[in-house]
Design a protein around this ligand. Structure first.
Ligand code: TYD
Ligand code: MG
Length: 442
């Protein structure tokens, strides 16, 4: 357990010491009497970012951006700070020198044309290299920024407690001070936080309950794609997703993810299928690949990239038990292309088809895609918002899609059902995994 020594609080000014005296005791109010105003939201020039936040930055919100070191958090936030039109942004860095930040800024700004009517890029962006919260607040009072970015919360320290920067109590105290500042001044504050692979150690995990919104920046460092995922959001859906491409001159929004996540091929190859996935409100088509080969060393290898390994084992067990494929002595590799990670169970069916396609060495026909969850008994289960998935597949020129029978009005718990006649794409209705293989490989 870490020992925390509280310093004499009275002698050190906190974020506006006066504010504590302003606190009134609240009285209970009837829900019906509470007047509701749509929060004021600040739109950034980055549409992916706006969407992930639930439609722009909410005044006074505290947002945590977590991610592994080197994934691009500083790049994302500096780029945003440089491009916010007409407002003052304070970018506080405890990690890099002014010189380093300037160099990065040059790289980010150079290739972009100035926004129409907005003046020069980076005009309202101020850099402060500082790690003491008391000093930061002093500068904030002078500058009065409209938006504050802290890079990173682990580098800050508060004079209120004696503990090293990055320790749990420091991180928590600094966040609490910034939270008070954000709420009292209605200034949105973004905190960058490093997460290690296991996600825990004094990491931003401990802050998740304190902040309004948690965004996670992730991706495979060897790929160009980066994903900004909403993990928690008091002001919008918590399952939104933004996609970026990391280029030499910063991050670029990817507005049509389906097209980039599907590779261009001239002929169908075995082991490759296309699945529909839904991230937040947005349907995407992704390529799922499997490689099944005899295991040379006795102990078969099972590796999945972008997909949960436990779920992969479950799929393999179902394929063995229900369909009689002998996969026990095989190495199985699964991969979701583009370096993205998918949790949507609707890709089960596509993955199972990819595994069998590779195992049998029979390609899946072009322009075929899948949307179905697989249950332990081999049944194909319904997926959410199947209509959006079908529409996306059709829009991208797919000719057939496999969906679950349980997504139809009859036999489904969901009474709304879907109207198949609305679609041009051939919709194959299946209820068991064996049926799918019969159609594909029979
Ligand atoms: P960075 O934002 O420093 O990551 P974090 O703050 O999450 O630790 O990003 C680091 C990586 O991004 C680094 O490997 C270089 C790369 N990068 C680009 O590819 N293009 C760019 O324009 C910039 C600024 C960085
Ligand atoms: Mg950084």
């Amino acid at each position: 357990m870490e020992e925390v020594i509280e310093k004499d609080n009275k002698s050190i000014p906190n974020w506006k010491t006066a504010s504590t005296t302003l606190q009134r005791a609240n009285k209970p109010v009837k829900v019906a009497d509470i007047t509701f105003k749509e929060e004021h939201r600040l739109l950034t020039p980055d549409n992916e970012f706006n969407r992930v936040l639930g439609g722009g930055i909410v005044a006074g919100s505290l947002v945590l951006i977590g991610g592994e070191p080197g994934i691009g958090k500083s790049t994302l936030m500096l780029q945003l700070a440089l491009n916010m039109p007409g407002i003052k942004v304070l970018y506080v860095s405890g990690e890099e020198s002014e010189h380093q930040i300037k160099m990065r800024a040059e790289r980010l700004v150079a290739p972009q044309p100035p926004p129409s009517g907005g003046g020069a890029i980076g005009h309202g962006c101020f850099i402060l290299t500082e790690t003491s919260t008391q000093n930061i607040f002093k500068q904030i009072e002078e500058l009065e920024p409209d938006l504050v970015v802290i890079d990173s919360i682990q580098t800050l320290h508060s004079a209120h407690i004696e503990s090293t920067p990055g320790s749990v109590s420091q991180v928590r105290e600094c966040t609490a001070e910034l939270l008070r500042f954000a709420k009292e001044s209605s200034t949105p504050v973004f905190l960058i936080g490093h997460i290690t692979k296991d996600g825990m150690i004094a990491g931003p995990k401990i802050l998740e309950h304190m902040v309004d919104t948690v965004l996670q920046f992730e991706g495979d460092r060897h790929h160009v794609y980066r994903i900004l995922r909403t993990v928690k959001n008091r002001f919008g859906s918590s399952s939104e997703l933004g996609i970026y491409e990391m280029l030499g001159e910063g991050l670029r929004e990817v507005s049509n993810p389906s097209e980039i996540l599907l590779s261009q091929r001239d002929e169908p190859l075995s082991g490759i299928t296309i699945s529909t996935t839904l991230e937040g409100m947005r349907p995407m088509m992704i390529e799922t690949q499997a490689l099944v080969s005899p295991s040379p060393y006795g102990t078969p290898q099972r590796t999945a990239t972008g997909f949960d390994t436990k779920r992969m084992s479950m799929l393999l067990a179902v394929l063995e038990k229900r369909c009689g494929f002998n996969l026990g002595a095989k190495d199985v590799f699964l991969n979701i292309t583009g370096g993205i990670r998918v949790e949507d169970p609707a890709i089960d069916l596509g993955l199972a088809a990819a595994i069998i396609s590779s195992h049998q060495d029979i390609p899946i026909p072009f322009k075929t895609c899948f949307a179905g969850e697989i249950g332990l008994s081999g049944e194909i289960r319904a997926v959410n918002r199947v209509e959006q998935r079908i529409a996306e597949a059709q829009k991208l020129g797919f000719e057939q899609i496999f969906i679950s029978k349980y997504n139809l009005p009859s036999g489904s718990h969901d009474k709304k059902g879907i109207d198949l006649s609305r679609y041009k794409i051939d919709i194959k209705i299946v209820s068991r995994i064996e049926e799918v293989f019969e159609i594909l490989f029979g």
